[in-house]
Design a protein around this ligand. Structure first.
Ligand SMILES: [Zn+2]
Length: 158
């Protein structure tokens, strides 16, 4: 999926990419390697990999442990990448998609962006199924909270 970027935003993204590549601290080595490999700005990361924004507007999916990359096509994951990215890079707020009239409220967080079943748990570094945006794209079945994937047989999506 491709996001339309203004010329100004493209140059800001390129600046962010350059500053990550220029940061040679040891703690930055994984991110630096991924940025070099994808040519894109990391927006959302998890233990398996992440999603990045390329200066041409592609949302690039990558993995930490193998070199394959692809252009993410799932609008829910694109929402996640853009919203999470905007929390880190405020200039990206302008490309966070507005909620379409026919989008459903996220059943896992009731639109708040934080999973309702985790309220009061104290767990903070959790991103809801919706990516924290509070709604799910038209055509998305609402899926399941990723936290449950280990306990739920694959293919069981409700
Ligand atoms: Zn949600």
């Amino acid at each position: 999926m491709n996001v339309i970027l203004s010329t100004e935003l493209v140059s800001r993204i390129e600046d962010r990419i350059q500053s990550i590549l220029a940061n040679e601290s040891a703690g930055n080595s994984h991110i630096r390697e991924v940025v070099r490999r994808t040519g894109a700005l990391p927006l959302a990361l998890d233990s398996g990999g992440g999603l990045s924004l390329a200066p041409n507007g592609d949302i690039i999916g990558f993995f930490w442990d193998h070199s394959e990359i692809d252009v993410e096509q799932d609008p829910r994951l694109v929402n996640m990448a853009l919203l999470q990215g905007s929390l880190k890079y405020p200039e990206l707020e302008e490309i966070v998609p507005p909620r379409p009239a026919d989008a459903a409220e996220c059943p896992h967080c009731k639109g708040t962006g934080y999973p309702t079943e985790l309220e009061g748990s104290g767990i903070e570094n959790i991103v809801c199924y919706c990516g924290g945006i509070g709604w799910i794209p038209p055509g998305d079945d609402g899926g399941k909270l990723s936290l449950r994937t280990a306990e739920t047989p694959s293919g069981d999506i409700k």
